[in-house]
Design a protein around this ligand. Structure first.
Ligand SMILES: Cc1cc2nc3c(=O)[nH]c(=O)nc-3n(C[C@H](O)[C@H](O)[C@H](O)COP(=O)(O)OP(=O)(O)OC[C@H]3O[C@@H](n4cnc5c(N)ncnc54)[C@H](O)[C@@H]3O)c2cc1C
Length: 436
């Protein structure tokens, strides 16, 4: 009989982080990963924040850079509001982030493999090309997993579910009653476009170690609430977008049509230029965007759930992988305490929720719990404001001999005609309530 202290389902950031934390506490751990290798099926924009890795991997930054697990250190972040042919931008550049990286751009196939190697070095067995299909139950408690391999039962004292956004095993464990609904996840599509390193350096005004990010709202999404992105890798760029499944179904639009809109918008097309069609990879994946209200039961007897499987994504701040790594660590620390107490029951594992509440994860998700529903219910935030603000910026900055007071009145008139001053006030209030 194959037996481990803990089986972790899924070798993404959440599962690998949990496995590493457990192994460092001396536990016998197996990670079961259905992909050919860790990361082979995983998709992310992807901006990876360094803070959660610094807590679990010694010299994380040096190792990631030296072992080429990451692309570029993000030194500049921009928000683009696309209008009809124009853009309103907000950005921040801090070259100090080159010396003390806050975040790296990553390609998941590379990054996850690197992370898996660190986890294996700590003594974890990673079983790839193997799917967990069900649990072994005894007296109502999980005692192991049934895998896709012949005679593939693995027994264990506890299981951590880190299966990502499709909560099949979370449901089988009884931690989620029903599958995620179309308003709880976005379909995201992404292309990796080849672009020579020196061209990226010139186009984005960076050196080979530094990178730039753009989050992009507005005209590309045909009035649907969605986020586009463009990130610089070493010698490619990642460009993509995500929109709620519910909206796509309702409007009968395919996600790649939206990606085409984004790539063909004059502002974006100017940035990626002649390289637009140098598509090296095309990827699609779901992002859990249901936020606070969609979090399942996070623990049961002998079982915990973390990362995307627990719906722990802050889509407002494009933070998912850092929540995954941190929740994986917190789930593992909860288990280590429970093992030390000799009781791996609901009663002891409940403290996982307290740990998440004390961390930034549940604090942030609770803070933004009503923002996404507000944006979804108020389509004009996306249908009207990006184009309106672009037109107003164009008017404000066009010097044509009109006295400034008249320009200001023209702007006030436009706001009054297109949204109404009461509407504007209400929207400001809704936004404030959503982020306070
Ligand atoms: C387009 C896109 C852009 C994103 N951009 C960002 C970003 O810029 N920054 C950021 O922080 N986050 C981003 N995210 C979110 C981020 O990717 C996720 O939050 C993160 O990957 C979650 O990690 P995880 O380990 O929980 O799940 P995953 O990374 O999905 O890993 C789950 C793993 O479990 C395996 N698995 C699933 N079922 C089974 C099974 N039954 N048996 C065995 N193995 C199984 C899968 O193969 C996979 O390897 C983005 C997501 C998408 C889709």
């Amino acid at each position: 009989m194959i037996k481990f202290d803990v089986v972790v389902i899924g070798g993404g950031p959440a599962g690998l982080s949990a496995a590493l934390t457990l192994a460092k506490s001396g536990m016998e751990v197996a990670v079961v990963e259905k992909g050919e290798y860790a990361g082979s099926k995983n998709v992310m924009g992807g901006v990876l924040y360094t803070h959660p890795l610094l807590e679990i991997v010694d010299n994380a930054v040096e190792r990631m850079v030296n072992e080429k697990a990451v692309e570029r250190s993000v030194i500049e972040q921009n928000m683009f509001l696309l209008g009809n042919g124009s853009v309103l931008k907000v950005g921040h550049r801090n070259p100090e982030w080159k010396n003390t990286p806050n975040a790296f751009t990553v390609l998941r196939a590379k990054f996850d493999q690197w992370f898996a190697k660190i986890v294996e070095e700590a003594g974890v067995l990673i079983i790839t090309k193997t799917k967990v299909e069900d649990f072994i139950w005894e007296n109502g408690k999980i005692k192991g997993v049934i895998t896709s391999r012949p005679e593939g039962e693995i027994y264990c004292k506890a299981v951590i579910i880190a299966e990502g956004v499709n909560p099949i095993l979370t449901m089988k464990a009884g931690l989620r009653k029903e599958d995620i609904k179309p308003n709880m996840a976005a379909v995201a599509v992404k292309e990796v476009i080849d672009m020579p390193e020196d061209i990226i350096n010139t186009a984005f005004n960076v050196d080979s170690k530094s990178g730039v990010t753009y989050e992009i709202l507005g005209e590309w999404s045909e009035g649907m609430f969605g986020m586009g992105f463009l990130y610089t890798n070493k010698d490619s760029i990642s460009i993509g977008c995500g929109v709620l499944i519910e909206e796509l179904k309702h409007r009968n639009i395919k996600p790649y049509q939206l990606l085409d809109n984004l790539k063909n918008h004059p502002i974006i097309s100017d940035i990626i230029g002649e390289y637009k069609n140098n598509v090296k990879e095309y990827l699609a994946h779901l992002i859990p965007e249901g936020g606070y209200y969609s979090i399942p039961q996070l623990y049961g007897d002998n079982v915990l759930v973390c990362g995307d499987a627990a719906m722990l994504v802050n889509s407002i701040h494009r933070e998912g992988s850092n929540h995954a790594i941190t929740s994986g660590r917190l789930a593992a620390e909860t288990l280590v305490d429970a093992f030390n107490k000799g009781e791996i029951s609901k009663k002891t594992l409940k403290s996982y929720v307290e740990r998440l509440k004390e961390s930034f994860i549940l604090k942030d998700l609770e803070k933004y719990k009503d923002l996404m529903p507000t944006m979804e219910k108020n389509q004009h935030f996306i249908e009207l404001y990006p184009s309106l603000f672009n037109r107003l910026a164009t008017r404000f900055l066009t010097v044509d001999g009109t006295p400034k007071t008249d320009v200001e009145w023209q702007i006030i008139d436009s706001l009054r005609n297109e949204r109404g001053l009461i509407g504007l006030g209400m929207d400001a209030l809704k936004l404030w309530k959503g982020v306070r």
